[in-house]
Design a protein around this ligand. Structure first.
Ligand SMILES: [Zn+2]
Ligand SMILES: [Zn+2]
Length: 152
């Protein structure tokens, strides 16, 4: 699905809800779909401000909430209450899982089709209709700027 299609689907959903589409909201939504990865409010704000410097935090926050509300994003919080909520694009997107660093909150997304199939089989065995899959694996990453990384 192209960004244009996703945007159109979003506009349509807005109209169905009797909500107006503003240019500013459109820009935020477009940026979110273009990034195509999970972001927290600050990360998205930073990207949107590259295009429209006067964008406010509250507007981005409200737009992300709206995206969740309309089924275009999943709201997730990994780790403790001090980690920021992230927003994952979800519309027409493949199932994916997460590796989360407990130290620097770095998140890696991965796909694993055999694992998805296994989850489906488990659900089927239990007479369960699967709607959504999530898998969050916690540990420590090896990124250069992760405080946990052993010093050379
Ligand atoms: Zn994700
Ligand atoms: Zn890390």
């Amino acid at each position: 699905m192209s960004i244009q299609d996703t945007l159109e689907a979003f506009q349509q959903r807005l109209v169905e809800r009797g909500l107006k589409s503003t240019r500013q909201r459109g820009l935020i939504v477009e940026t979110f779909f273009e990034l195509d990865r999970h972001v927290n409010v600050d990360e998205l704000l930073l990207e949107v401000r590259k295009r429209r410097a006067s964008t406010g935090y509250a507007t981005v926050y409200r737009t992300l909430k709206l995206l969740v509300d309309l089924g275009f994003a999943n709201e997730r919080r990994f780790g403790g209450p001090e980690t920021p909520t992230i927003y994952d694009p979800s519309f027409e997107r493949d199932e994916h899982f997460h590796l989360i660093c407990l130290e620097c909150q770095h998140i890696i997304e991965f796909r694993d089709v055999p694992l998805e199939k296994r989850h489906e089989a488990i659900a089927r065995e239990q007479g369960f209709t699967l709607q959504q899959q999530t898998l969050d694996l916690y540990g420590h990453c090896t990124r250069e700027n992760c405080p946990r990384r052993p010093q050379a």
